[in-house]
Design a binder for this molecule. Structure first.
Ligand SMILES: C[S@@+](CC[C@H](N)C(=O)[O-])C[C@H]1O[C@@H](n2cnc3c(N)ncnc32)[C@H](O)[C@@H]1O
Length: 426
């Protein structure tokens, strides 16, 4: 047992929600990188586990602490949440979790709170507080640790059974899914390599070059480090195959970073086709370009541009992907922090940006060309209503096929939305 990983998890979680840091910044955190692999795994388990169960943990703590949680010292509150998570969800002996939490109070300079922390945790072990029963929005929000406004939306749209299914799925770890980088290898060769290394994998037959792996620490694997594959959720991969692009000569991915869908599109396009990849964030664009070089993806032209402004292109495109910035509410398995960062009122802000990006994306499409609009959100403001508002104002645009949605009931991936729009004007 060691206090170090718990101290790091507590301070990371505090900063993550208070200063809206990014969850994936954990993997670049210097203290995290200094830990051995066992302690790193514990930090990841604690950070993701606490985020997936935050409301539940606070429900318990609210019943046990005489001081309202809002009035508790923030660092002490995180110590309590971590310890409670360990007691309730991990196979760490109860007395060890309590002992660690008390030690952690001392380590972070909160010695005076040690007695309080000890008392709260011991009363949890004695009393086992109850959870709200039934299927009301509040009861589900507590039991599945989601914000109540989001549960209300799910209930109104999907009904109780599908809502429970989605809430449960949102709290599961994602299935690690890879795209086999056909610019460096092929599916068969990679599978052979994994077999030789006794890594268990499964081919996902519905998509080309897609496999899932069940191996902790796959990022240390040779195939991964050599760029023979990269992680990409199956629902995200699917978006890149919605339109057949092999006969298109001019392609654009207007919100391209960090590049996943652009690389999959590049794998389908003809040899002479040109593909422009834009992003308004220069650091993210540079990262996408670096990845493209490492993965040996040929024929991509990277451009730093803000798509809210007039796009910087002279020639129109046959195919445009507008994979817009969104709330990410469809990716709660991999990004459990999002549910605590996004507020309901943020959705209208996303909506207006998304409509503007779609309009400008369409403006660079040639007549007869096709545009794919996509989000990793479940919410209609970012999905159907963007498309409906756009179509109502653009007489040259027509919906090609049905809306594409991935949902746990019938799909192993994240919740994505996509719509294909055809330019049929003069
Ligand atoms: C959902 S991500 C794209 C993911 C990417 N298509 C992939 O598959 O890896 C959205 C991207 O849009 C970019 N973005 C946000 N606002 C933008 C704007 N006004 N113009 C261009 N890109 C923008 C963000 O920097 C972000 O990289």
């Amino acid at each position: 047992m060691s206090t170090q990983p718990r101290a790091l998890a507590a301070s990371f979680l505090k900063d993550l929600l208070k200063h809206r840091k990014k969850l994936d910044s954990l993997s670049q955190n210097a203290d995290f990188l200094n830990l051995d692999s066992r302690d790193r795994r514990l930090v990841v388990e604690l950070v993701y586990g606490v985020l997936r169960n935050l409301r539940l943990l606070d429900h318990y703590l609210g019943k046990l602490s005489r001081t309202p949680l809002k009035k508790l010292d923030e660092s002490v509150l995180w110590v309590l949440r971590l310890a409670l998570y360990e007691i309730e969800f991990l196979r760490i002996p109860d007395h060890a979790a309590v002992h660690e939490a008390v030690g952690l109070c001392r380590k972070i300079g909160k010695t005076s709170a040690a007695g309080f922390v000890n008392a709260v945790l011991r009363s949890f072990l004695r009393e086992s507080p109850t959870l709200p029963e039934g299927r009301s929005a509040r009861a589900l929000a507590v039991r599945f640790s989601h914000p109540e406004w989001l549960v209300k939306r799910y209930l109104a749209r999907y009904g109780v059974d599908q809502t429970e299914q989605l809430l449960r799925r949102n709290n599961e770890p994602p299935i690690p899914t890879l795209w086999v980088n056909i610019f460096k290898t092929d599916l068969q060769s990679l599978c052979r390599q994994l077999e030789e290394e006794q890594i268990s994998y499964q081919v996902y037959p519905q998509l080309p070059n897609c496999i899932t792996v069940r191996s902790a620490g796959f990022t240390q694997n040779r195939a991964y480090r050599e760029g023979l594959c990269f992680f990409m959720d199956v629902a995200s991969q699917e978006v890149a195959y919605l339109t057949e692009v092999k006969n298109h000569r001019m392609l654009a991915d207007l919100c391209c970073a960090p590049g996943g869908k652009a690389f999959l599109l590049a794998s389908q396009k003809g040899k002479d086709a040109k593909m422009s990849c834009c992003d308004f964030s220069l650091p993210r664009l540079m990262e996408a370009r670096k990845r493209a070089k490492f993965l040996q993806v040929p024929g991509l032209n990277f451009i730093n541009a803000d798509l809210r402004l007039t796009p910087p292109f002279r020639q129109p495109f046959d195919f445009v992907l507008v994979d817009v910035p969104c709330s990410g509410l469809g990716t709660l398995r991999s990004n459990p922090d999002i549910r605590w960062k996004i507020r309901e009122k943020d959705l209208s802000r996303f909506h207006s940006t998304q409509v503007a990006l779609l309009q400008n994306g369409f403006s660079v499409l040639r007549r007869g060309g096709v545009l794919t609009y996509s989000t990793c959100s479940t919410e209609p403001e970012e999905n159907e209503s963007v498309i409906e508002e756009f179509l109502a104002e653009e007489p040259r645009a027509f919906l090609a096929g049905d809306f594409h949605r991935t949902f746990p009931e019938s799909h192993p991936g994240d919740c994505f939305f996509a719509a294909r729009i055809r330019h049929e004007g003069s």
